[in-house]
Design a protein around this ligand. Structure first.
Ligand SMILES: [Fe+2]
Ligand SMILES: [Fe+2]
Length: 164
């Protein structure tokens, strides 16, 4: 048991580093939400490693799922606003990810906690690294810029012309 917990701790540290590198997609609000999701998954891992009772772990899982719904709503609103090409497939992937998270939460027990953690990290990383990165790429191609960053030159010219 102690060995499993130690492995889970080391595993948690390594995956947090990988997560931080992989999660940055260049859209500030989405980067912040992805970091929050990674933190919530990390906390879930700590709960599991500390041998917290299943009720508490399940409650953390429910919070993770609730925030995932909020995050997906943020992304889907941006997809619609920027008329992202493959938004229907991306939204379907969100539905599937929520289903997967719910079934992981339902099948939670001590014997499969390593599996639960690796599935959850995979669950987040693979999606961010593929569908979300493509969303960011298309948003930026359509002129999206974070508020504190300079807008692309074409938009700067438009706003300079408008203020004359
Ligand atoms: Fe995302
Ligand atoms: Fe997404």
């Amino acid at each position: 048991m102690a060995l499993v917990l130690a492995a889970l701790g080391i595993y948690g540290l390594l995956t947090q580093q990988v997560i931080r590198r992989t999660l940055e997609i260049g859209i500030r609000i989405l980067d912040a939400e992805h970091r929050k999701l990674a933190t919530m998954i990390g906390m879930l891992g700590s709960d599991l490693a500390a041998g917290e009772d299943v009720r508490r772990v399940r409650a953390s899982f429910e919070k993770l799922i609730a925030f995932t719904e909020v995050h997906f709503a943020t992304e889907e609103a941006l997809m619609d606003r920027y008329v992202i090409e493959d938004r229907i497939a991306h939204k379907q992937e969100h539905r599937k990810l929520l289903q997967d998270a719910r079934s992981l939460a339902a099948s939670l027990d001590e014997s499969n906690m390593m599996l639960t953690m690796s599935s959850l990290n995979e669950w987040l990383l693979r999606h961010v690294d593929s569908a979300d990165k493509e969303l960011a790429r298309q948003m930026q191609a359509r002129g999206y810029a974070d508020a504190s960053r300079k807008p692309p030159p074409s938009l700067r010219r438009q706003s300079a012309a408008a203020s004359r």
